[in-house]
Design a binder for this molecule. Structure first.
Ligand SMILES: Nc1ncnc2c1ncn2[C@@H]1O[C@H](COP(=O)(O)OP(=O)(O)OP(=O)(O)O)[C@@H](O)[C@H]1O
Ligand SMILES: [Mg+2]
Length: 277
């Protein structure tokens, strides 16, 4: 009898490469993305160090932008490619449950996938504003792209020193728009602004752009529930702003446990179910 198969889900994203072991409680590791073969090897090595040898023949279920650049076999293991929209859709629904939703990947950029049963569609255009934008603008405006430092600064900052709120221009709420909603992000920026306030306004800007993209995505896809995934959700002030808006939307936004590794899990589950390119 041939060996059983042991699947590893591998998501080669623009910034991060995640690997998940199907045989060991779906334990995961991540490494920064370098050339795809290098990151794939580094992530697999680290995963196997943590989990020990797989109980069968290793099959790599690869997704993300770097997956196309992997060879068909890597260090003797078969590589099965899973389309990124399939991995995002399958991962989001697998974690949050149900059969239909808009699944959003909040990664370096922002991508949206509409799932209705077996039908999975890319919702275009998504948005180039995402986690990469946050880090790039933070380098320009704050001189750092250390996520913990940006978050720490923001905790002590006040975004309304830079943003014009609805209340400020209208004297209160405006129809459905609350007084603390934003009329214009960053409009009051001036030289000498406190770094703390810039950090707070920057995190809020990225959170709002991705949130409004998700709300428009729900309309475009005519769906009522968005499942949010991706590592941007690990940035605490962004997560808080998302939760705050989510609470006003009565359950339309769902952030499942393990959202940061949703696509790697989606690749693993898809390949195990025989869905690969
Ligand atoms: N500790 C951290 N270090 C670096 N980035 C972090 C950290 N925590 C959260 N992030 C955010 O996560 C973003 C990357 O998210 P993720 O790993 O999901 O993207 P990706 O899969 O590499 O990209 P894409 O899906 O767009 O190809 C970064 O741009 C950053 O804003
Ligand atoms: Mg990704």
């Amino acid at each position: 009898m041939s060996d059983p198969l042991a699947y590893v889900g591998l998501d080669l994203g623009i910034s991060t490469t995640d690997a998940v072991a199907g045989w060991a409680g779906e334990r995961s590791v991540h490494v920064p993305t370098a050339p795809p073969e290098e990151s794939a090897r580094a992530a697999l090595r680290l995963l196997l160090e943590r989990t020990g040898s797989p109980p069968g023949t290793l099959v790599i279920a690869a997704t993300g932008v770097g997956a196309q650049r992997l060879p068909r076999r890597l260090d003797g293991c078969e590589v099965r490619r899973v389309a990124e929209i399939t991995a995002i859709g399958r991962g989001g629904l697998g974690l949050a449950g149900g059969r239909e939703a808009l699944v959003v990947s909040l990664g370096t950029g922002t991508a949206m996938v509409s799932v209705r049963g077996a039908a999975i569609e890319h919702v275009t255009p998504g948005n180039g504003v995402g986690g990469g934008t946050l880090l790039g603008l933070a380098r320009a405006l704050l001189g750092t792209d250390d996520v913990s430092e940006i978050s720490r600064l923001a905790e002590r900052g006040d975004r309304t020193r830079l943003d014009i709120t609805i209340g400020e221009v209208c004297g209160g709420s405006l129809g459905a728009l609350p007084a603390d909603g934003t009329a214009s992000n960053f409009a009051k920026y001036a030289a000498g602004a406190r770094r703390e306030d810039v950090a707070a306004a920057l995190l809020n800007l990225v959170a709002e752009v991705v949130l409004w993209t998700v709300l428009l995505g729900l309309r475009a896809a005519t769906q009522s529930r968005a499942i949010l995934t991706g590592r941007l959700l690990l940035v605490e002030p962004i997560r808080r702003r998302i939760d705050e808006i989510g609470a006003r939307l009565g359950g339309a936004l769902v952030v499942p446990q393990r959202a940061a590794v949703a696509s790697a899990l989606g690749a693993l589950w898809s390949a195990r179910e025989g869905v690969a390119e």
